[in-house]
Design a protein around this ligand. Structure first.
Ligand code: FA5
Length: 339
């Protein structure tokens, strides 16, 4: 038994010396000191040793157990410390590295320009209304003095939903919706999405307009011009001028197209204004008395002006944007410039 004890001792001490991990050391502890470990098994055999030898064997066995235990404890302390250092090194945080920032969103340029435009008109006493994008033929055309088969329908290439409904081609149907339900005085602006079969660098099949409508006693072209001049100055710059050119819309009489001096070259002539110094921004006019009457407003007592501007057009002029498609591509490199 003496030899057996000595051999277990040297095997155990060698195993402890060779173990490099705390789990390896634990295996050694189980192998020699565990419930069915080699030292424990020898302890159980002590009963078979002669009475005379038993105290010496017991002492020898106990000494070896103590030696193995203390060798295990010492090595475990060393290994655990080096494991701790390795873990700390692996988890180390370099506090000098720049922090992770989350990307910051911003409002779309069309939203920014729409808010700017609405702010100007709110400041002049207008309120804001909105209406449906799928619109009946009645409001989109008929109540605006464009009966079925009228040639003016060709002015706007229309997406028909069916015989009686269209994707609204402009925000003007809201004029009729408001005038059929509200008596003057009326001062309202109506932003919204509109649809036309139209597609090039400055025209999109889906775009945005802002309609304006004022109906009251004694409204004249002078009121329209003053209102739009104030709008142009506040929207672009105080030296911006507007001019009214004769035009035709079935729902206004007289009708005008309104130009502003180019915001890029201030009227000198450049690429954006094609050298003319002027850029067209909207259609407008005095509400046709026939429209007032169809909507239930007495045209002898009341008159009104209306206008419809293209939101994309205003944004393109304000920021010098060459192609309308840039608004819809959602390219962050474009969008973040308006942050
Ligand atoms: C109209 O839509 C009239 N409803 C405007 C109006 C309202 C006149 C009230 C009188 C009284 P027009 O078709 O010209 O008019 O369009 C108005 C503006 O919308 C244009 O000046 C232009 O800026 C913009 N626009 C027209 N078509 C497109 C398109 N396909 N893509 C982008 N903008 C467009």
């Amino acid at each position: 038994m003496k030899e057996k004890i000595e051999s277990i001792k040297s095997v155990a001490l060698l195993a402890i010396e060779q173990a490099t991990t705390s789990s390896g050391l634990n295996d050694v502890r189980v192998r020699f000191l565990g419930k069915s470990g080699e030292i424990t098994s020898l302890m159980k055999l002590l009963g078979t040793v002669s009475k005379e030898e038993r105290p010496a064997m017991g002492k020898a066995l106990n000494d070896v157990r103590v030696q193995i235990e203390s060798a295990l404890d010492a090595k475990t302390a060393v290994v655990e410390e080096s494991e701790k250092q390795a873990r700390l090194a692996a988890e180390a945080v370099d506090v000098t590295l720049p922090g992770k920032t989350s990307a910051k969103g911003s409002l779309h340029p069309l939203t920014l320009v729409r808010e700017d435009i609405l702010r100007v008109f709110l400041g002049m006493g207008f309120s804001v209304a909105e209406g449906p994008e799928i619109e009946s033929d009645l409001y989109n055309f008929q109540l605006l003095n464009v009966p079925k088969d009228h040639p003016a329908r060709d002015m706007q290439d229309t997406f028909y939903v069916n015989d009686n409904f269209v994707l609204r081609t402009h925000t003007s149907p809201m004029q009729a919706r408001i005038m059929t339900t509200t008596q003057p005085p009326i001062r309202v602006v109506i932003p919204g999405r509109v649809y036309r079969s139209d597609d090039d660098a400055s025209h999109s099949p889906i775009f945005h307009q802002i309609e304006g409508l004022a109906v009251d006693k004694h409204i004249t072209v002078g009121d329209l011009e003053g209102c739009l001049q104030t709008f142009a100055e506040q929207m672009f710059s105080s030296d911006t001028r507007i001019r009214l050119r004769p035009s035709y819309f079935p729902f206004t009489e007289p009708s005008v197209e309104v130009d502003v001096t180019c915001a890029i070259c201030h009227g000198k002539g450049c690429r954006v204004c094609k050298g003319t110094g002027w850029v067209e921004i909207l259609g407008a006019g005095i509400v046709n008395p026939a429209v007032l009457e169809m909507c239930g407003i007495d045209s002898k007592e009341y008159s009104g002006f209306a206008f419809g501007l293209g939101l994309e057009r205003i944004a393109m002029i304000k920021y010098g944007i060459p192609n309308i498609k840039l608004f819809y591509e959602n390219d962050v490199r474009f969008l973040e410039q308006f942050n």
